[in-house]
Design a protein around this ligand. Structure first.
Ligand code: FAD
Length: 497
């Protein structure tokens, strides 16, 4: 008799989703989290009276999250009040000019029309094309397993019209931007979205063009900060009896024969289970915690061949004035060519003084995130793990200073009004969240590491072991890992009776 039916390693959004849904299936579930806080990269912390986000700062494509909360007997909006960001974005472009896109697709067409009538017509064609594609994949791709080619084909066999979109599976994001848009300023606003994937437009899969459409369906920020999402999941899980232990680091996974048996914590304590769900980087799981002797040679080769995804830096500022910005989200955008070049330079460890990234003015949507009359501002920007001729211990302060000076040019008065400042570097993500090399999506989100090519949600060589989160299909991003938690729970329901 095991201590628990299910143990979940890691209280990120993927682990909490799987844990809550499995508890709702009537199983005894224990979630083990090594840090003192839930949510992993989708979390928030306090400093000097301000609430700042750890990593994720924007919520889009909420259908998988809504589906999970419905399965937990409630609704996303009821558990996690969301503030819609409308206008969605102000883009500050390479030439310093600004464009603001409202949520409405028609109103956005009017904004584009004033700059380029030709691109306004293309915007309508672009949104029509991707709305049809989005509707086809949103209820399948993000919430269905892709363990085998058969799964993948099954996913789409009911939707033969998907064949029309086959070129999307071979193309890249740059092709999409240039096919539809010709004005350099409009191109920059559409190209910006490839930043989310931590890949240059030339390597970002063309299918992600759907994001530039989908954010017009609703772009949100949760009241209480990003941690409100994992808190909502934990609360639902608790209603069904899910247990959570913080400061509980799993060191080893026990495998007997071919079957998982439990875990050993860093304290030496052993806890047994029938089923194990891993919400952590699966290369660490298989090669360090389970041990190479239990992993077939081909699988070891496969695991070692995945390229870790890139990392980022997050600068968090507490301000004693209202920043002169128009929207919660301000994207510092640039041309496709600059994005490609900077990305390849980043891979070589080169940092840029002019940072392109996302300014997130969280206290605009939720004033309670800062003391009365003050404001919380985050900036997500480049952060390669390896730096040419230096490292993050040396660069932490200079990068913070240079970034503040750069932002001060775009947000007048900023540097005179900072009352507290903090920077999270790839080293922090590695040390605090145990993300190898700070890789924010575990492995790259290119097509070669997606769907059937990403590690399988149901282990192919260890019985009773399931993956959720960044490491497995459908990949990284908050709604996406929540979809992966749903997939893990459904696979367990099917296979572990
Ligand atoms: C800077 C940054 C910006 C981002 N921006 C966005 C955004 O705006 N929108 C968006 O949708 N996504 C964004 N993302 C991505 C998104 O945050 C992640 O894809 C998602 O949160 C990952 O969730 P997860 O469940 O896979 O696991 P994680 O969030 O990685 O959580 C895993 C948990 O496991 C714990 N853990 C690790 N090892 C052990 C162990 N041995 N024992 C016990 N516990 C362990 C960790 O402490 C952690 O809490 C961003 C990420 C970062 C870092």
């Amino acid at each position: 008799m095991s201590d628990y039916d299910v143990i979940v390693i890691g209280a990120g959004c993927g682990g909490l989703t799987a844990g809550a849904l499995l508890a709702a299936q009537g199983r005894s579930v224990l979630v083990l989290e090594q840090s003192g806080r839930i949510g992993g990269s989708c979390s928030s912390y306090e400093k000097d009276g301000f609430t700042f986000d750890v990593g994720a700062a924007i919520v889009e494509v909420i259908q998988p999250i809504e589906a999970v909360f419905r399965m937990l007997g409630t609704t996303f909006q009821e558990e996690v009040p969301l503030v819609a960001s409308d206008p969605i974005f102000t883009y500050i472009l390479e030439d310093g000019s600004r464009i603001t896109y409202p949520q409405s697709i028609e109103a956005t067409a009017e904004v584009i029309e004033r700059i380029s009538p030709e691109d306004a017509a293309s915007w309508k064609a672009f949104t029509k094309y991707f709305s049809e594609f989005y509707d086809m994949v949103i209820d399948t791709f993000f919430t269905s397993p892709a363990n085998t080619l058969g799964d993948f084909l099954k996913m789409f066999s009911a939707r033969p019209r998907i064949l029309k979109y086959l070129p999307l599976f071979a193309g890249n994001y740059e092709d999409v931007v240039k096919k539809y848009f010709s004005h350099p300023r409009i191109q920059q606003t559409i190209a910006y979205q490839s930043n989310y994937f931590n890949l240059p437009p030339v390597l970002t899969p063309a299918i992600f063009g759907m994001l530039a459409y989908a954010e017009h369906l609703g772009t949100y920020y949760p009241e209480g900060g990003m941690i409100a999402i994992p808190q909502g999941l934990q609360r639902c899980g608790k209603r069904y009896g899910m247990e959570l232990r913080l400061d509980a680091r799993v060191q080893k996974v026990t495998v007997r024969g071919r079957r998982v048996g439990g875990v050993t914590l860093s304290s030496g304590e052993q806890v047994t289970c029938d089923v194990l769900v891993s919400n952590i980087n699966c290369r660490t799981l298989y090669l360090d915690m389970i041990g190479e002797e239990h992993v077939p040679r081909l699988a070891r080769f496969g695991l070692n061949s995945y390229k870790l995804s890139g990392s980022d830096c997050v600068l968090n500022l507490g301000l004693d004035y209202e920043p002169p910005l128009d929207t919660h989200f301000t994207a510092l955008a640039t041309s496709v060519e600059t994005m490609n070049r900077e990305n390849f330079e980043r891979d070589r460890g080169i940092l840029h003084d002019e940072k392109h990234g996302l300014i997130c003015w969280s206290s605009r949507s939720d004033p309670s995130l800062a003391p009365e009359g003050k404001h919380s501002l985050g900036f997500i920007m480049e952060g390669p793990y390896r730096l040419q001729g230096s490292d993050w211990n040396r660069e932490r302060q200079p990068v913070m200073d240079k970034t503040i000076a750069w932002l001060d040019r775009l947000v007048p008065g900023l540097s005179d009004h900072i009352v507290t400042a903090d920077i999270l570097t790839p080293y922090d993500f590695e040390e605090r969240l145990l993300l190898p090399e700070g890789a924010i999506y575990s492995f790259e989100l290119d097509l070669g590491s997606s769907a059937v090519f990403r590690p399988s949600a149901k282990s192919k060589f260890i019985d009773g072991l399931y993956l959720t989160g960044n490491s497995t299909h459908p990949g990284g991003g908050v709604p996406v890992v929540i979809g992966s938690g749903l997939i893990a729970a459904e696979l367990i329901d099917r296979h572990e009776r």
